[in-house]
Design a protein around this ligand. Structure first.
Ligand code: ATP
Ligand code: MG
Length: 388
């Protein structure tokens, strides 16, 4: 008998080649998340994978694996060679671990049809074993305190707990996205959600040093490092937007500051995407949340670039977004008070329904290519590692 971790992963609808690619990706990510533990072996068996290691570390390993996208649930399991006596023994061991359980049921599942006992028969037999050895516990097939899962595969696995993981798809299976990461609440949540759909992330941050403090940038880096827990190490691209903001202020209407600087952010983002192979940009915009996030603004912003801009929060309200940010523990950092670049030269009454013609006209007064080029030339890149 051996104690192992049984891991179920991936969305059930995944099929064929996709499924096997996701499996390998999920195992790769799990292996990485467990690099500080001694792992004897990880192997796949019929839709799940299993980890052999030191059972004393299982609780800590489970904590790490819970954050790996693609993992649906994790169960500490007993694994036995395929004989009925072995299962009888394992089931009793398992029940002993839950002395507080008053009711139970057995849920057997036989994928190896060569095993002589069918699932309903096993349920009956193992139920009998429990009743005989534990006089205080009764059967309840509807709402049992304890469900004893028995899976007959190459080995037989017996377990009672399913510890929930984050679900989603393993990072790296869904391409690469460049997250426009401010210091706010929304953008880290947007990055997290796209990582949960399998995207590998990079983070692009704009500051207006010396008008904005270095600590504002540190805060964005801290947020990136929280994201790294979920999406793995990521590149942090840091751009000083101040020269562009100054050029806008000198040449354009004050009310257009926000929309014009947004279009520059996207252009710069697109350059970085081309250079470092990202296929899309990601923002934390949510429709109607602030004056600049109207459908008209979004249209004018999109028009500046050709790459897709993904906005996973577009239909969410602040409460939903805040809840996720608390779950992923970015909230506490996001609410630190440092200013970011958007507060520099902030107009009193920004345009909320910009017209593309007006914006294009204003931009004719700017040397767009040179401004973008210079901003990218002065970019700083930091590698954000996964925290230990
Ligand atoms: P957040 O909470 O993410 O800062 P917000 O509600 O403050 O968003 P805006 O300021 O309109 O909304 O920003 C919308 C989106 O534009 C942000 O979610 C982010 O993706 C991007 N963005 C804004 N400011 C910056 C910045 N300084 N650096 C990088 N991206 C930014
Ligand atoms: Mg913001």
């Amino acid at each position: 008998m051996k104690r192992v971790l049984s891991v179920s992963y991936g969305e059930l609808t995944l099929k064929g080649a996709n499924r096997s690619r996701f499996e390998d990706r999920a195992i790769f990510k799990v292996r990485k998340s467990l690099k500080n533990f001694d792992i004897e072996k990880i192997y796949k068996e019929q839709g799940k994978f299993y980890i052999e290691g030191n059972p004393d570390n299982f609780p800590a390993m489970i904590e790490k694996m819970k954050k790996v996208f693609g993992i649906v649930s994790i169960s500490p399991a007993l694994r036995v060679e395929k004989t009925l006596e072995n299962v009888d023994e394992a089931v009793q061991l398992l029940v002993k671990k839950y002395p507080e359980a008053k009711t139970f049921k057995v849920q057997a599942h036989r994928t190896d049809k060569s095993f002589p006992m069918k699932s309903p028969e096993m349920n009956g037999h193992l139920g009998g074993v429990v009743l005989k050895n534990f006089p205080d516990i009764k059967v309840d097939v509807h709402h049992p305190d304890l469900i004893i899962y028995v899976e007959v595969k190459k080995y037989i696995y017996i377990y009672a707990e399913k510890i929930q993981g984050f679900g989603g798809l393993p990072v790296g299976s869904g391409g690469r996205g460049l997250l426009l990461l401010s210091g706010g609440i929304d953008s880290p949540v947007a990055g997290y959600l796209m990582a949960g759909r399998g995207m590998e992330l990079g983070a692009l941050h704009f500051h207006s040093y010396p008008f904005t403090p270095i600590r504002g940038e540190d805060k964005a880096k801290q947020l990136a490092s929280i994201l790294a827990d979920y999406c793995g190490p990521l590149s942090f691209y840091s751009i000083n937007l101040l020269p562009i903001q100054k050029a806008i202020r000198q040449n354009c209407r004050e009310r257009e500051m926000t929309i014009l600087s947004r279009r520059f952010m996207m252009r710069i983002g697109e350059e970085i995407c081309k250079k470092y192979s990202y296929q899309a940009m990601i923002t934390g915009e949510s429709l109607g949340q602030v004056a600049s996030q109207t459908v008209e603004s979004i249209g004018v912003i999109n028009h500046a670039v050709n790459l897709p801009i993904l906005r996973p929060l577009i239909g969410m309200d602040k409460r939903q977004i805040t809840e996720i940010s608390q779950d992923i523990e970015s909230y506490e950092v996001s609410i630190l008070p440092y200013e970011d670049c958007c507060t520099v030269f902030l107009p009193d009454r920004p345009v909320t329904k910009p017209r593309l013609e007006d914006i294009l006209e204003s931009e004719r007064k700017l040397d767009i290519d040179t401004l973008v080029e210079q901003a990218v030339e002065n970019m700083e890149i930091t590698k954000i590692q996964v925290r230990e």
